[in-house]
Design a protein around this ligand. Structure first.
Ligand code: NAD
Ligand code: IPM
Ligand code: MN
Length: 351
């Protein structure tokens, strides 16, 4: 029996509803594959911030570090400004643990209706690889002259050669293992310093991955192509902000933002990696028990794969596909009437 220490951070809103669903699936599939989990649950959240003045304790990262992986629900809720909650919990974990790659797969499952006519089940299967620790998400800049007509805000984007190269290498290597095609999201026609640099580095790294054919698209045109012809993509690599936007768009193309998973990876394994659905805390449906747990469950499957159990991971994604293809049990975002719990129970029956 292999045991893994898992840190659970349900967080806010529907995060507290989908993480228990993912945990049920982990326990069930683990029992079948000789894998057990020792969980430690952390109540770090906006509720904690309102109570104690901080999203997590000062030694939060040290406490997480003792774990093999982190499973997170969602962070951010009305009552605490988003830039405070996110920079107080989610972003420090990504940065502190050097989780510089964010892998966000997209698939149109049989039985799930994409809003796009051209996206038949099985035809859309690609991965957004998002740079996860630098780029447009920086603390450099500031606000001046608050309340005056001259008020201004400046925010600097940071792109380093080492930081861009490592995520590009990850994306090219992933493309080589898949269909061998990579698309780089750029905006070098409008953003005149960082994006031409990004493009140069893509061309440089491409030379080290001769088996991968690649191209680049301006982010605006690329967004349109996600809608017009999502079948053409294999691996799409983008900066922190571009990757963020593209992954919600891609999730919608696949039928619901509630399905999409994310793996925040520290590929070297020096620190724990973190797995979380792409979606947020969904305050509009929080507490109703109707959140789609698939994003969290698929994220848990990515965690299993990362921990060295690819067969268990595939078993989970197969059960996801089976319940969608063979039943009409689904949550309201997919047109059904099932609760989070009912849907999870149905999925467990197909593991
Ligand atoms: P959101 O993803 O929470 O919600 C957007 C829409 O999608 C809502 O209508 C919601 O009901 C729906 N939705 C999302 N997940 C769903 C699911 N599993 N099942 C069914 N419907 C689902 O995005 P938002 O409204 O922009 O953000 C709400 C809060 O979450 C904010 O505080 C935001 O900063 C935070 N957020 C956190 C993360 C994260 O922790 N990684 C990601 C995105 C947003
Ligand atoms: C995500 C989220 C976060 C991000 C926010 C909440 C800071 O949108 O994980 O996609 O932009 O990284
Ligand atoms: Mn996002």
């Amino acid at each position: 029996m292999t045991n893994h220490r898992i840190a659970l951070i349900p967080g806010d809103g529907i995060g507290t509803e989908v993480v228990p669903a993912a945990r049920r699936v982990l326990d069930a599939v683990g029992a079948e594959h000789g894998v057990s989990f020792t969980y430690r649950s952390f109540d770090w959240s906006c509720a904690r911030h309102l109570r104690e003045g901080a999203m997590m304790p000062e030694d939060g990262l040290d406490r997480l570090r003792e774990h093999d992986a982190i499973l997170l629900g969602a962070v951010g809720y009305p009552g605490v400004p988003d830039h405070v909650s996110l920079w107080g919990l989610l972003i420090p974990i990504r940065r502190g643990f050097r989780q510089y790659v964010n892998v966000r797969p997209i698939r149109v499952f049989e039985g799930v209706e994409s809003p796009l006519r051209s996206a038949e089940p099985g035809s859309v299967d690609f991965v957004v690889v998002r740079e996860n620790v630098e780029g447009e998400y920086s603390e450099i800049g500031g606000r001046l002259n608050r309340g005056f007509p001259e008020e201004m805000a400046v925010q600097e984007a940071v792109f380093t050669r080492a930081g861009v190269n490592r995520v590009l290498d990850y994306a090219f290597t992933l493309a080589a293992r898949r269909a061998g095609r990579l698309t780089s999201a750029t905006k070098s026609n409008g953003i005149v310093h960082t994006m031409p640099f990004w493009d140069e580095l893509v061309a440089e790294r491409a030379a080290h991955h001769p088996g991968v054919s690649w191209d680049q698209e301006h982010i605006d045109a690329l967004a349109a192509k996600f809608v017009l012809d999502p079948r053409r993509f294999d691996v799409v690599v983008g900066s922190n902000l571009f990757g963020d936007i593209l992954s919600d768009l891609a999730a919608a193309v696949a039928g619901s933002i509630g399905i999409a998973p994310a793996a925040n990876l520290n590929p070297e394994g020096d620190f724990p990696s973190m797995f979380e659905p792409v979606h947020g805390s969904a305050p509009d449906i929080a507490g109703l028990g109707i959140a789609n747990p698939l994003g969290a469950i698929w994220s848990a499957a990515m965690m299993l794969d990362h921990l060295g159990h690819p067969e268990a991971a595939t078993r989970v994604t197969d059960a996801m596909a089976a319940v969608l293809a063979a039943t009409s049990v689904r949550t309201p975002d997919l047109g059904g009437t099932a609760s989070t719990e009912e849907f999870t129970t149905e999925l467990l029956a197909r593991l």
